[in-house]
Design a protein around this ligand. Structure first.
Ligand code: ATR
Length: 286
């Protein structure tokens, strides 16, 4: 049971440094209103040096929070400091969701779930593909690789500027992962049915290098976990070459669902209205 929920209306946080750009308060605030629930979800800026103390208070019950999300740069520390970790976050070495249950602080990671659920909704059947290309080998890439492996992809090609990082992921996730340098990208794309960008390339109006999507298999899907802008340079390029595309905003929305259920005890819906709310917020800050 959620300890705080039994006594008073639950309060959840999103902790990061910086935190002011997080859209999670908008998402959870929308769901709390929509479901008519008593509860709150707010941003907390926690400097790296203060994070252990913040978690300590959560663990010993001094904090009024029942749990929350953690984002950059706290995902690894949250994982390390929790009392219990599920298999999903243990494999990633990073947590994005914390919750109290029976006096203990539990950690999980919902990024891979959000990634898959977004594609289930916007491109059903996406997981019938077997050969994938993942651009990038950072923290975000891990959750994506976990999701692809869990959905049965048997050839996951990880292409990264620093090939050693792609090799590290191959060691972590096993035989289905093949590491490659950026110079191999064109060749690796040949016949692949799925392409995902997990790097920051193309974010916030930055230019992205051209990629030749034409070598992908007919009917291939191209997606990007960057969602600012909604149509990233990679998605624009892929559409111009006739590929199906899915933007990354739905990953953000769907990854929030399991945390909401854990803290507030009701299952929220990812609606078109919620998506429009976040898009309007992005446009107002553009
Ligand atoms: P995150 O947790 O968001 O994934 P990260 O761990 O810093 O962040 O990883 C960023 C990813 O973007 C990495 O794959 C990085 O490549 P390197 O491992 O070689 O650093 C990739 N990346 C960032 N800027 C890049 C650039 N200009 N060209 C190519 N890859 C880039």
């Amino acid at each position: 049971m959620n300890d705080s929920r039994e006594t008073k209306s639950p309060a959840a946080f999103v902790a990061g440094y910086p935190i002011k750009h997080s859209r999670s308060p908008l998402i959870h605030g929308y769901w709390l209103r929509q479901l008519g629930l008593a509860g709150s979800y707010g941003p907390v800026e926690v400097a790296p040096g203060d994070f252990a103390d913040f978690i300590g208070k959560l663990k010993d019950g001094t904090s009024h929070y029942c749990g929350g999300n953690v984002t950059i740069p706290h995902k690894e520390a949250a994982f390390a400091l929790a009392d219990r970790r599920d298999d999903r976050c243990a494999e990633l070495g990073a947590a994005n969701t914390l919750y109290k249950a029976e006096g203990l602080l539990h950690a999980t990671n919902t990024d891979g779930y959000g990634f898959s659920r977004n594609l289930d909704e916007r491109h059903p059947g996406w997981d019938k593909a077997r050969k994938a290309v993942v651009l990038g080998a950072g923290g975000a890439s891990r959750a994506v690789i976990q999701a692809l492996r869990d959905r049965g992809f048997t050839e996951i090609n990880v292409v990264n500027r620093t090939v050693a990082r792609a090799k590290e992921l191959a060691d972590r996730f096993g035989v289905a992962i093949a590491p490659h340098p950026l110079s191999a990208l064109d060749e690796v794309m040949q016949g692949a049915e799925f392409f995902v960008n997990t790097t920051s390339l193309g974010m916030d109006g930055e230019a992205a290098p051209p990629i030749r999507f034409a070598g992908l298999a007919p009917g291939a899907l191209v997606t990007d976990i960057v969602y600012v802008p909604l149509k990233t340079p990679f998605l624009v390029q892929a559409e111009a070459e006739g590929m199906a595309t899915v933007d990354g905003l739905g990953m953000l929305l769907h990854q929030a669902v399991p945390g909401f259920v854990l803290w507030f005890g009701a299952t929220p819906a990812v609606t078109a209205e919620l998506r429009d709310l976040i898009i309007a917020d992005m446009e107002s800050h553009a």
